[in-house]
Design a protein around this ligand. Structure first.
Ligand code: ADP
Ligand code: MG
Length: 380
């Protein structure tokens, strides 16, 4: 509500909280139940003791995926054959009684079994959007400078919250893209190729339309955050540059026309697997002109906008997971990050090797501190 004052908002419990997290057989973590606080949680410990794994377990319970590996079997503790993660979340929406649910993710026999209050969800994507989380991990410090895939994934996460069926479009697209390449390599008939190109065209056009909407959903918040974090007057532009098309007929024609060229390439030269989110500072490509500090400001702005978009789409303040991002920042940038953190109204989990840095700066938020030693989590 627009009339609520800020202190009123921060006095309340956030609209979504993780209340308990039970882990068994997850990497080096000891089997235990973790009870975080409703606002800021600082998980500290030496490198290699399991900080990231705690965030990873939360992320898996919320989304059925990890943010550091595409193979969930990597999370199974050495010597074990299964892992189990059970989370209890409470959702508070205005004028409704609080709603608590359990989300469990059990990996066994090479497969993830997700349950929402004990029931199998219609699809994993339906499960994945119930308890919104936004993760910020060190690899994403390269959001501004690094590969386009990082920026595509940001758009895709937003697109998924808008419409969970987007996950199916992405899957169909990736499979059809691989199959077409395989057929090209084998010199398959035009007839066979057309079938896959039609699939690619349909899924590809869906992806382009969804990413275009996701771009529009984040753009205002990116620009607003950047104007605050970076020097005033510096103009940032954010454009969705697709290598595909939003019209499936056009996609199908393009693919057909490129068969000869694509046969000799690693993958198709046309399609949203090559998309990017182009960043310009004062009209020039950020990749070419931005200073390190400006890249960091762009990165923070993109992440802040992801949270804003997820909040606007779901009506819930996403749970924030910040993995060790301060360790690669200098004093000034750590201050920017902490400023960013102190503005978050949801439940936050921060991992760090330097708790003194985080907890002193954020004392006003009454952080709950947890120390992790050799996979054992203790309240500090
Ligand atoms: N499948 C696994 N089984 C057991 N231990 C693992 C597994 N995968 C990783 N580890 C170990 O778990 C530890 C925790 O890693 P991590 O969560 O990345 O620590 P931190 O974030 O505190 O640096 C590391 O020492 C790593 O070697
Ligand atoms: Mg770590």
């Amino acid at each position: 509500m627009a009339t609520q004052t800020r202190s009123h908002v921060t006095d309340q419990k956030p609209s979504l909280t993780l209340d308990t997290l039970r882990v068994e057989g997850v990497r080096n973590l000891e089997s235990a139940t973790f009870r975080p606080g409703p606002r800021l949680n600082v998980v500290f410990g030496l490198n290699g003791h399991g900080k990231t794994t705690v965030l990873e377990a939360i992320y898996v319970a919320a989304t059925t995926r990890s943010f550091r590996t595409s193979r969930l079997r990597d999370l199974v503790a050495h010597g074990a054959s299964t892992f189990s993660i059970q989370a209890s979340f409470t959702e508070r929406r205005a004028d409704l009684p609080p709603l608590t649910r359990t989300q469990s993710a059990v990996f066994s026999e090479g497969k993830l079994h997700a349950r929402l209050d004990g029931q199998k969800p219609p699809t994993l994507a339906d499960f994945a959007v119930r308890s919104p989380v936004v993760v910020f991990h060190p690899e994403e410090l390269a959001l501004s400078t690094g590969p386009a895939a990082l920026r595509r994934r940001l758009l895709d996460r937003v697109a998924l919250y808008r419409a969970p069926t987007f996950a199916a479009s992405l899957n169909r697209y990736a499979k059809a893209l691989k199959s077409r390449q395989e057929l090209l390599r084998r010199g398959a008939s035009t007839h066979e190729l057309e079938a896959y190109e039609q699939l690619l065209a349909t899924a590809g056009a869906e992806i382009v339309r969804a990413r275009r909407r996701a771009h529009l959903a984040i753009e205002p918040a990116v620009l607003e955050a950047f104007a605050r974090i970076a020097a005033p007057g510096l103009e940032l532009k954010l454009d969705y540059r697709t290598s595909g098309e939003d019209d499936e007929q056009v996609c199908a024609r393009e693919l057909a026309a490129r068969r000869d060229r694509d046969r000799r390439a690693i993958t198709a030269g046309f399609g949203p697997h090559r998309d990017d989110l182009e960043l310009r500072l004062g009209g020039k490509l950020a990749r070419e002109v931005a200073s390190q500090g400006q890249h960091r400001a762009i990165t923070l702005s993109l992440k802040a906008a992801e949270s804003v978009a997820v909040r606007e789409i779901t009506g819930l303040e996403p749970i924030q997971l910040l993995d060790d991002v301060s360790s690669e920042l200098d004093g000034e940038r750590t201050a920017a990050l902490l400023g960013f953190l102190s503005e978050m109204r949801g439940q936050v989990f921060v991992t760090t090797t330097r708790p003194e840095l985080v907890t002193v700066a954020l004392r006003s938020q009454n952080p709950n501190e947890f120390q992790i030693v050799s996979g054992q989590i203790k309240s500090a």
